[in-house]
Design a protein around this ligand. Sequence first.
Ligand code: GLU
Length: 506
Amino acid sequence: MTDRKVRVRFAPSPTGPLHIGGVRTALYNFLFARHYGGDFILRIEDTDQARYVEGAEEYIMEALEWSGIKVDEGVREGGPHAPYRQSERKEIYRQYAMDLLDKGDAYYAFDAPEELEKLREDCEARGETFNYGCATRGKMLNSLTLSDKEVKQRTASGQQYVVRYRMPDNEDIYFTDIIRGDIVVNTSTLDDKVLFKSDGMPTYHLANIVDDHLMEISHVIRGEEWLPSLPLHVMLYRSFGWSAPLFAHLPLLLKPTGKGKLSKRDGDKMGFPVFPLYWPYGETATGYREEGYFPEAFVNMLALLGWNPGTEKEIFTMEELIEAFSIDRVGKSGSRFDPEKARWFNTRYFQMKSDEALAALFMPVVNEKGYNPSVEALVKAVSLVRERAGFVSDLWKETDFFFIAPEAYDQEVVKKRWNEDSPRIISELRTVVSGIEPLYSDNCERIVKEWISERGLSTGTVLNLFRLLIVGASRGPHLFDIVEWIGRDETLRRLDNGVKHLSQQP
Ligand code: GLU
């Protein structure tokens, strides 16, 4: 830890829908901030206009909101370091690029993109890679090889240029990552990255470091894919003379097979979403929200993909996550994504909800189907079937027969249960049911069973037949609970219809 106030940021680039790995990064930042009573900042890194995707920024904000990840400072929330969208901070970065140029830690480069491309290709043909760095910069078109006069002329005449960082030659730099430990990198292996372009736009590296400094970020918690940029970032802090934040690079989310990074294709292939919300543009994608996941379950699942609480406990509210979260317990190795486990989490949260809460979520589905039960009736129906479901969207197929009388009968069951005695048995059953008062489940069960035993019939045969006519199949909760729910008139009607229908069968 540091003595600085904890201030962390999630800094996505709006280049498409936010992957669940990104949501996990945001979540860990948020949990970390809350755990230490710090601030969580959302900064939109949109300096790469070529990769900008319309709708992505709103998507990011909506995804965080749905997940219950509350932003303290950001584009919508405002804050002492506004604006929080980098394209609106353009002017700020220029002066820092100039500062590095003045210090001699950066230089202008005028090499034409085609020239660089050609050099790259030539190197590739020889099986090498081209690096614009200490070994090559002396042979290129830049302010290190050109005279001051020429440089001035070129910049003044509006010639396109980039500002590159001048990576020192052959120096070991030491730094520490909270998750990875101590790292040493020799600067000769690093290239001179572009920091700023003549169109006035900074690149990711410059804007990111400047903003982290100006926004007083204490800890940078981000995906492992940024680890290779860390040496440059450390060097930039050194060049500016700023103290660097602490860094923690989170391991990747892996495919269910454990091999490689989890991708949209994995989700498409195996039928699970890799995005929090539905993505409506271009190549559309399903989301956890639309697939019926509870945000609490989604967040709980994500929290445990890489962080280990050190106990057997698996179900955490957001408050409990905040309390328990510690960056030291984030593992080094990638976490395999398990779609079954995601469903398991949702089922757990589903089962923790009250009948009333589930019925309230289910009511619109039932209304949509054209039925308007009372809240009380729906609560009862939900209470009878809930143990068979893990999602609100499972409830309709478990309860449809409460609302809809059978129109067809499961032929397997018919073959097994229906014979020429059946109409007579059902007719007697009809009389028995007509006389039961009140038609409560336990009362009905007792009287029907008494009649069965007085008549010397088989309980299995009669009750299965009864269920066949009420439900149309052998599924559903306790039969007498269904009878009580649908009521006497509907029960008798279903018995009559069933007999009529099945007696006509060839
Ligand atoms: N804009 C970068 C991204 O899209 C941010 C990386 C960082 O957190 O430094 O992930």
